[in-house]
Design a protein. Structure first.
Length: 258
């Protein structure tokens, strides 16, 4: 079993590390798979245009370069670390209202991405091309920051459009998602090294993009807590991760300290 993190940001949007540095950072720590998912803000809103002006989002000008760099780094990640790099993007729709704000990840195929489309429309466009759609931090992140509740408010309507919902963002578990019966994934929402201590997704799937995305879609996965410490000396202790009888294949997770 190997660890994966499917929600990482580079300096193409508001992350601190470059894409090559992210590959090295996770590769040196033995991760089996990562997805780099920089923000791509909708361009029809004032907040989205402000993000472009501030340089904290992908734009129509930078998106082609982003895709090409992900392609080349995908090859290096595999050759140097045996790690699968999945290309991704975080479609970012911010509003003054938390209940109108929505963030969602698209993993696996970045063709025909339009950040101005509604999640339902974009899901219908990208999923037939092999991509997955994941609702990012859909409930309270338990941090003092703007929240993104719009997708959770529409969860019944969107159940057939979303492949998985984040059950954790960083170190916090979301009980609403955990006990919802919806498909789940856990990631760090990594922007800098301080975000590394977090819940991760654990997989047994072959380290190939298609196999990994299939494991997410079919929920053949588990969750583990990863703790980054300066000494990086390994120690293990169990934590309860009982998803209930309807999700009995989850079992126990581990706190992993490096």
């Amino acid at each position: 079993m190997y660890l994966a993190d499917f929600h990482l940001h580079s300096n193409f949007s508001d992350g601190k590390l470059s894409i090559p540095a992210l590959v090295d950072y996770f590769g040196k720590r033995g991760f089996g798979a990562i997805a780099i998912t920089d923000h791509f803000c909708e361009q029809t809103s004032l907040i989205g245009r402000a993000a472009s002006y501030l340089g904290v989002t992908l734009t129509t000008a930078t998106f082609p370069l982003y895709r090409e760099l992900l392609k080349s780094e995908k090859e290096r990640a595999w050759e140097q670390y045996g790690m699968c790099l999945i290309p991704g993007v975080e479609i970012t729709k911010n509003s003054i209202s938390n209940h109108r704000s929505a963030h969602f990840l698209i993993l696996g195929n970045l063709d025909h991405i339009d950040p101005n489309l509604d999640i339902s429309e974009l899901s219908d466009r990208v999923r037939p091309e092999g991509a997955l759609v994941i609702a990012a931090h859909p409930v309270s992140t338990q941090k003092l920051e703007k929240q993104t509740f719009h997708l959770w408010d529409r969860r019944n309507e969107l159940a057939s459009k979303v492949d998985a919902w984040e059950v954790a963002s960083g170190p916090y578990l979301f009980d609403e998602v955990r006990y919802s019966g919806l498909p789940m994934v856990a990631s760090s929402d990594f922007h800098s090294e301080k975000n590394m201590t977090s819940w991760k997704t654990a997989l047994k799937a072959e380290k190939k993009q298609e196999a990994i995305l299939h494991a997410i879609k079919t929920q053949r996965l588990d969750f583990q807590f990863y703790r980054e410490e300066k000494a990086r000396e390994p120690s293990y202790c169990p934590v309860p991760w009982n998803m209930g009888p309807q999700l009995g294949h989850y079992g126990m997770g581990n706190v992993v300290s490096f």
